[in-house]
Design a protein around this ligand. Structure first.
Ligand SMILES: [Zn+2]
Length: 138
């Protein structure tokens, strides 16, 4: 799967965003593998809430769906978004999502951002250096 194909899935997911308060719509497409090495794409969109704090980001929506289905080895995720669904700049994951992604992805996993014209690629290690990892607890 190419970066652009994954970005297209993120764009499609963005169209389902529920963002009546901020108008900022985000889509994510996550391509993890399971214990058998099978890769499947899970997508998510942001879902806002009238009381704000229950709002969930697109990245965590996709992550929850992947983990629920046993795909707990995150390798690549594409994220895009913008006000009223207009993609005009990169939309990097928030700090909470970075921490969640790093729970299931190694430092070598890849984040792809899309600004409507070009992609930006970095590793999870670059996305969240010095992240707090499960090996600290296990
Ligand atoms: Zn987030």
């Amino acid at each position: 799967m190419t970066d652009r194909e994954l970005v297209s899935m993120a764009e499609e997911a963005m169209s389902a965003a529920y963002a009546p308060y901020s108008g900022f719509k985000v889509g994510a497409a996550l391509a993890p593998h399971n214990a058998k090495g099978e890769i499947r794409v899970f997508t998510g969109c942001n879902i806002e809430n009238a009381s704000y704090s229950p709002t969930i980001c697109a990245e965590r929506a996709a992550a929850a769906e992947a983990v629920k289905n046993g795909f707990t080895h995150f390798e690549t995720i594409a994220v895009c978004g913008g006000k009223d669904g207009r993609i005009e700049d990169f939309c990097p994951p928030c700090g909470v999502c970075r921490q969640v992604l790093c729970e299931f992805g190694t430092d070598d996993a890849v984040l792809i951002l899309w600004d409507g014209k070009k992609t930006y690629r970095c590793t999870f290690g670059e996305m969240l250096p010095l992240s707090f990892r499960k090996n600290k607890l296990l």
